[in-house]
Write a protein that binds this ligand. Structure first.
Ligand SMILES: C[S@@+](CC[C@H](N)C(=O)[O-])C[C@H]1O[C@@H](n2cnc3c(N)ncnc32)[C@H](O)[C@@H]1O
Length: 277
């Protein structure tokens, strides 16, 4: 049976910060994938996840300073894939890493990563992923054990593994992301990465040198105590998926569990921060 999605086409004035706020709220409301366009945003939700009044309480749509209009159409998965392929251009990070799709030509670069995201988040186009890739480029991963929590497409685990990290574990709550990460691992010949479906509940008793988590403010706040427990002495925790205004709360939670703020990257009000113990 064909999987049917609803595509919402939002026209947004001005684009920022309204687009980022809308993406965060739509993500919480069950939308799975987003493509930023010149005029706004395409957002995709499984038809079976759609509910009457889904958009009624969204702050971004009620904010007097944002002018947001939209249309929606039903599309089958096949068409949806064609849509992102049209919009997917290779992403370059720090002059050393490219993230591209299988239909792009290979690129001569230190870390050439091939990702077919399908319905998963994590191509490097989003600020939160881009900054995590930048952090990974800046950090020494040789021989380090790594957890990629909320792995999406697996792109962070793949770059860490290409930089010498081993063993690497990737976890996502979403079955589709687990399947997609496995496919991307094979595509990039990073066959030692181990993928599992689940949450931080899986982490009891595990230890890592580096933990990468690009999720969202509330899940990070809930899971920081577990991450702190799982981090080896001298380890590093990289967090992403929250806004500048959430940094103090995230840093305070980390500090309460023995993790000291070391540095942050910032892009369009999104923050990606490094903590050490
Ligand atoms: C913002 S995406 C990040 C994907 C990828 N790591 C990247 O950096 O692009 C967040 C991912 O976390 C997953 N996720 C959400 N809640 C989670 C939880 N409680 N535990 C594990 N994964 C979760 C989502 O399914 C999604 O794939």
């Amino acid at each position: 049976m064909a999987i049917v999605y609803l595509e919402y086409n939002f026209k947004i004035i001005p684009l920022q910060p309204a687009t980022d706020i809308l993406i965060a709220e739509l993500g919480d409301a069950g939308f799975e994938s987003f493509v930023e366009t010149e005029e706004g945003l395409l957002a995709y939700i499984l038809k079976e996840e759609w509910k009457e009044g889904l958009l009624d309480d969204l702050f971004a749509l009620q904010h007097p300073d944002f002018k947001i209009s939209w249309t929606s159409t039903e599309i089958e998965q096949q068409n949806w894939n064609a849509e992102w392929e049209k919009n997917f251009h290779p992403i370059q990070v720090g002059g050393r890493c490219m993230v591209r799709a299988p239909f792009h030509d290979p690129i001569d670069v230190e870390f050439d990563i091939v990702i077919e995201p399908k319905m998963s988040f994590g191509t490097g186009h989003h600020e939160t992923t881009h900054m995590m890739l930048q952090h990974i480029l800046d950090h020494d991963f040789e021989g380090k054990s790594v957890l990629d929590m909320g792995c999406g497409t697996g792109v962070l685990a793949i770059l860490a593994n290409k930089k010498g990290a081993t063993p690497v574990e990737a976890i996502d709550i979403d079955e589709w992301c687990v399947i997609n990460t496995q496919e991307n691992i094979e595509r990039n010949a990073c066959l030692t990465i181990h993928v599992e479906q689940g949450t931080s509940d899986l982490l009891t008793g595990r230890k890592y040198d580096v933990i990468l988590a690009n999720i969202n403010r509330n899940i990070l706040l809930d899971d920081i105590p577990m991450y702190a427990n799982c981090l080896n002495k001298g380890g590093a925790l990289f967090l992403s998926g929250f806004y500048l205004q959430d940094l103090d709360a995230i840093s305070a939670k980390c500090a309460a569990h023995g993790l000291e703020f070391e540095k942050k990257l910032e892009k369009n009000n999104w923050i990606s921060a490094k903590y050490v113990n």
